[in-house]
Write a protein that binds this ligand. Structure first.
Ligand SMILES: [Zn+2]
Length: 213
């Protein structure tokens, strides 16, 4: 997935070994919908590497406009997050523009992957340690996105992208992705009682070790 290419170029980027009959069918018959249970590992892995590219290129794109957490934001988050996470995270509020959907959406939809989230409708999106928001940051929003920063830091971009894509291939919606449900669950705990301190690093590690993410 490379988010900044004209849509028509999507298929030309596919490496030759993936121009299998399945891909050819997608090009010739735009309404063809593949049974996702039969999605080949090669195609799933191609989607994953496109997601990975999109995350990496988006992180670079927004870096020049991003700033570290302000002192008040930092002290509100400090009981829950490690210094490494608080030091590395960057915030970027977009005004007059919104994050575009990745160009691989066209291919993913043709393959029958439904319920892809519209990034322009989201409050914020996190690319590794770069939190890009369509609105001013609240404590709850920063908390949720910092959980994703922790997920990225423990997994790396490749594993994060793999889990993200697998969630959709297995038929889940954005709201059902374990990466999201965990961030929402921890965010709820924070919002309900910010004096009940816990370590997000530990929580993410436990879920990952239990293979719940
Ligand atoms: Zn989220």
């Amino acid at each position: 997935m490379c988010g900044f290419l004209p849509k028509g170029l999507t298929f030309s980027l596919l490496s030759c070994h993936l121009l299998s009959s399945s891909i050819t069918q997608l090009i010739i018959y735009p309404n063809f919908s593949m049974d996702l249970k039969n999605l080949s590992p090669a195609m799933a892995s191609q989607l994953t590497s496109m997601v990975e590219d999109y995350i990496t290129s988006s992180r670079k794109k927004y870096a020049p406009q991003a700033v570290p957490l302000a002192d008040a934001q930092r002290s509100a988050m400090q009981p829950f997050f490690s210094l490494a996470v608080l030091d590395s995270a960057r915030l970027c509020v977009l005004r007059g523009t919104r994050v575009s959907n990745p160009s691989m959406y066209t291919m993913a939809r043709m393959m029958g992957i439904r319920n892809l989230p519209d990034f322009a409708d989201m409050a914020a999106i996190t690319f590794v340690d770069m939190i890009v928001s369509h609105q001013e940051f609240t404590a709850a929003l920063i908390f949720h996105e910092l959980v994703h920063v922790v997920q990225y830091s423990q997994m790396g971009v490749k594993e994060f992208a793999t889990r993200y894509v697998n969630g959709f291939i297995q038929g889940g919606s954005y709201e059902q992705l374990p990466l999201e449900t965990h961030a929402y669950a921890l965010g709820d705990r924070f919002s309900q009682n910010a004096s009940q301190v816990f370590s997000v690093d530990d929580e993410v590690r436990q879920w990952r070790e239990a293979d719940k993410l």
